[in-house]
Structure formats: C-alpha cells, structure tokens
Design a protein around this ligand. Structure first.
Ligand code: KG4
Ligand code: ZN
Length: 344
C-alpha cells in the first residue's frame, strides 16, 4: 500500500467509454470516446452502446495510459464502474478491469457511478485543508438518469435527502427537446437556444411535491400539451417559437431544481453546496447557483464542464478513497444495473 497510488479507472455505464489514470487525487489523463450512433435514434440504444464500448474500450484505455506517461506495471489498482447503468455497457468495462487486475496481480475496485458524480467537482478543485473545510456539503446530483439532493458528510459517506419520484431533470430536457424535433441529447441544445429566447413567453404546470423530492413527469406532459394545443392551427408553431419554448422550458426545470435546493439549505443549515451530473453543465443552473451562493454567503463547488458528464476521472477519484480505506472487491464481483446510491 502506498499513500499516492497510480490508479487506472474505467467508466462504461452508459454511452461514453472513458479511461483515466490518477496519481493520488491528481488526474494524469482522462480520455472519453462518445458514441454519436445514438443521435440517429433520439436516445441511447443499449445494444448499440454495448457494442460500441467493445470497439472503443481497448484503444481508450491504451490512450489514457500513454497520455499519463505511466507504464502499466507501475499501476497500484484497477477501478471500474460497477453500476448503476446499462448492464451490457457496464459488463464491458468490468470485464476489462477484472482481466487487467488479474493479469497484473492488482487490487480491483468497483465504484458506484453516482459516487463518482458526487465527487466530480473535486477532481479539479484544489480542495486543500481538512475534510472539515469542505464537508458537510449539499450536492444537487442532476443527470440524464438521476435527480437527487445528497448530503455528502465525507468522501465516502452520503445521505439522500430527496430524489425524483419519476423522471430525471436531464430526461425532462431530452424528452421535451425530442418533441421539438431537436437532436439528442437535448439538454445542451435547449441551453444554447434558450439564450436567444424569452423565458417568460410560455408557462407550464409545475410540480407540487411534498418535502425535498422532485417530479418532472407533469411538467413534461404540460409541455407536450402546450405544444399540441398551440400547433393545432399553426403547423409552424414550434419552428417559429423555438427559442422562446427552450427558454421557458429551461426556466421551469431550473426553477424546480433551485426551489428544492433552497429549501434543503434552509432546513439543514448547510453552508457548502455543489452540483454534479450532466445537467450541471447548464448555464442557467450554474449562474443561478453562483447568485445564490453570493447572496447567502455559501461556499459553492461547480465542476469543470469536462467533469459534468460521464468520465473516468471521477470514478478514479472515488477509487482513490476506496484504496485508502482498503475497500477492494473480489474478482467475482458483479455489475449491478440498479445499484442504489447507498450501495458500495
Ligand atoms: O451525467 P450524464 O452524462 O449521464 C448520466 O449519467 O445520465 O448526463 C447526461 C444528461 C443528458 O440528459 C443531457 O441532456 C444533460 O445531461 N445535459 C444538459 C446539458 N448538458 C448535458 N442538460 C441541460 N443543459 C446542458 N447544458
Ligand atoms: Zn452519469
């Protein structure tokens, strides 16, 4: 055991094949191969994702090692994403990680993908000082598959305060974008078009959910019905109002996210907040959080854009803390498509 291990991390939970090499917490390389094939279908096709991972994984790992400058025999551990995600995708990364660990005689570390997102903003931040300086921190985890408010007590100690009872925020962006005929993934496209639109042009039914839980399915349906009704006598309605629709949709989703976050801050008295997951790239969410932090004098962690969507560096970051506490897995560890945030 060493204090600053070289860890190779592999992430393949959905449609990004990624590998990273870390030295302690420092990222030496982080290579991501995205799969554009899914754009043709307006969403991720699991079987195609698995096949693309099989094609990409060896070159991606090879490239990450070369970029890091670390020869394979210098590695101290191999990490991979154990779940949640698509089973066929997870299996590809897990199989290579197990083979490498076995062949090299190294410890194997299975990482919960959600824990990776929770620490993603700390990959590049210089979070020097003691853990007391950064924890507890309230993290809004918003991706294509998840929307959760999590109190992060320590690097490997998480408490879920609220979660979506139906769709995730990213899913709401993607599905509404699809209805407007926009490309997949819709979140970044809506974000770009929204900057040219009027956010008060349209209003949609907002969820009334008790406590700190979220819901986005009603908003999605309300958006769909608005489009259907207003397109009845105007076939070009969506095309002619695209920027305003995107701006109004984005405002609705971000308002919902922010209102529960504010409530959680009030109820817990937490002074440090963070955001993670693909939707953390959203410009309105980032500026809303920055304003909130300034107003309430909160410490805010925003992840670099490269670490908002799926990447292996964040998996390596979690693996580093597993390594320090000797949380290793046996070679017969299985991937779990439905791994919960509380599972290790
Ligand atoms: O974390 P991620 O890469 O994958 C999951 O684990 O789900 O997140 C992908 C999600 C997609 O729904 C995508 O539309 C959304 O993140 N996203 C955005 C933006 N960039 C990515 N949503 C809103 N605004 C963005 N700028
Ligand atoms: Zn993710």
């Amino acid at each position: 055991m060493v204090n600053n291990p070289y860890i190779l991390a592999i992430e393949s939970s959905c449609d990004d094949t990624s590998a990273a090499v870390l030295h302690g917490r420092r990222v030496l390389s982080n290579v991501i191969a995205s799969q554009s094939i899914h754009n043709l279908y307006g969403g991720v096709v699991p079987e195609l994702a698995s096949r693309a991972h099989q094609i990409n994984i060896v070159p991606v790992v090879d490239f990450a090692l070369k970029k890091s400058g670390i020869p394979i025999h210098k590695l101290h551990a191999i990490a991979f994403t154990r779940g949640p995600g698509l089973q066929g995708s997870l299996l590809v990364g897990a199989s290579l990680a197990k083979s490498l660990a076995q062949a090299l005689g190294l410890p194997l570390i299975g990482v919960n993908h959600l824990h990776g997102h929770l620490l993603a903003h700390m990959v590049s931040e210089d979070v020097g000082g003691s853990a007391a300086d950064v924890f507890p921190q309230l993290c809004l985890l918003v991706s294509g598959g998840h929307t959760q408010l999590v109190m992060v007590h320590d690097y490997l100690n998480y408490e879920v305060l609220g979660r979506t009872i139906d769709d995730a925020a990213g899913e709401a962006f993607d599905k509404c974008a699809k209805v407007m005929g926009l490309d997949y993934p819709g979140g970044p496209v809506v974000d770009r078009l929204a900057s040219k639109g009027n956010e008060n042009a349209f209003s949609f039914g907002l969820p009334k959910i008790e406590g700190l839980n979220y819901s986005f399915s009603g908003l999605k349906t309300s958006f769909l019905y608005t489009l259907r009704d207003l397109s009845k006598n105007d076939a070009a309605f969506v095309q002619n109002n695209l920027n305003d629709l995107c701006a109004s949709l984005q405002k609705a989703i971000i308002d919902v996210l922010m209102s529960k976050l504010k409530r959680a801050i009030r109820e817990t008295g937490v002074r440090t907040i963070a955001v993670s997951g693909g939707v953390a790239a959203n410009s309105q969410l980032r500026s809303g959080l920055t304003t909130l932090a300034a107003k309430q004098d909160l410490k805010l962690f925003l992840p670099e854009l490269a670490f908002t969507t799926d990447n292996a560096a964040m998996i390596g970051m979690v693996a580093y803390y597993h390594y320090l506490t000797r949380k290793f897995n046996a070679f017969d560890v299985i991937t779990d498509a439905r791994l919960d945030i509380g599972d290790f």
